[in-house]
Design a protein around this ligand. Structure first.
Ligand SMILES: [Zn+2]
Length: 285
């Protein structure tokens, strides 16, 4: 018979690896390598929903990685939040490198895509928010100022997304997310990276990007705070980096001009722990 003490012991001393079931470890070395061993990659769902920011993923959603995310999300293996967060942090860094060319000058806000309230109640925790907090801690530890700000809420119940095609998902999500009242002020603390544990069709991330963008622009489309942030970002990056990028004739961006266009609350990219294997394949050419 399992008692509460057994549940508690499972939290403190998990009985098995969340990825493969190997006993007496939260995450065995082999599953850790599968989760974080490869460089994060740009992923694209097919079809790609309009408004989807550039998304980077740490690993394909399969086998051990799928098992790890499910163990954390559905079975409350909370000790996995740190390694999953570290994997997410790697995907965030890859996105920032591509969007800005160098590390962001100011703090980056990680905004988690919210889970359904009912699911959070049933699970007893919000897995994506927990992973976002762990990722922000990992980024700060490695010198990238970052905060997780859970400003998005589900405004109404949405149907379970699994089993819906991309169009049905978009309709299901349309108007379902909102920035919580006080969240708009939090969004002005820096540029936004949307984060989630998993990307399937990209519909949730595209809708989150739309809602965050609209909230940050505000009803009056007041861009004054953006100018302030951009100036700070340019200082943070320094002339040397910008000059170097120009000389290379880098085809991605001139970081200085790019940074000048980025305001607080603006979604610069998205990052997920895992994405469907197909979304990696398409990217391979
Ligand atoms: Zn394992």
């Amino acid at each position: 018979m399992r008692g509460w003490w057994q549940d508690l012991a499972d939290l403190v001393l998990p009985a098995e690896c969340g990825g493969c079931g190997r006993p007496r470890t939260v995450l065995c070395p082999r599953c850790r390598a599968v989760l974080a061993g490869a460089a994060p990659r740009r992923v694209r769902p097919e079809p790609e929903p309009s408004g989807l920011p550039a998304v980077h993923a740490a690993a394909p959603y399969a086998d051990e990685v799928r098992a790890l995310l499910l163990a954390h999300k559905e079975r409350g293996a909370l000790a996995l939040a740190a390694p999953l967060g570290a994997a997410l942090a790697g995907a965030v860094r890859a996105g920032l490198r591509q969007a800005l060319g160098v590390g962001a000058g100011g703090p980056v806000l990680l905004v988690p895509v919210p889970s359904a309230r009912r699911a959070v109640r049933a699970r007893g925790h919000d897995p994506t928010r927990r992973i976002a907090l762990a990722a922000a801690a990992e980024l700060r530890r490695c010198g990238t100022p970052a905060r997780a700000v859970a400003v998005l809420r589900q405004r109404r119940a949405v149907a379970d997304q699994s089993g819906l095609d991309s169009r049905q998902r978009r309709d299901n999500l349309s108007g379902a997310l909102a920035v919580a009242g006080a969240g708009v002020r939090l969004l002005l603390g820096g540029p936004v990276v949307l984060v989630d544990d998993l990307m399937t069709t990209g519909a949730s991330l595209a809708e989150a990007a739309r809602v965050v963008g609209a909230a940050a622009r505000g009803p009056a489309h007041d861009r004054a705070p953006a100018a302030v942030y951009a100036a700070r970002t340019r200082e943070g990056m320094g002339d040397k980096n910008r000059g170097a990028r120009r000389k290379e004739g880098n085809s991605v961006y001139d970081t200085g001009e790019r940074a000048a266009a980025i305001g607080p609350g603006e979604v610069i990219c998205a990052a997920v722990v895992a994405s469907s294997p197909d979304s990696f394949e398409i990217n391979r050419n």
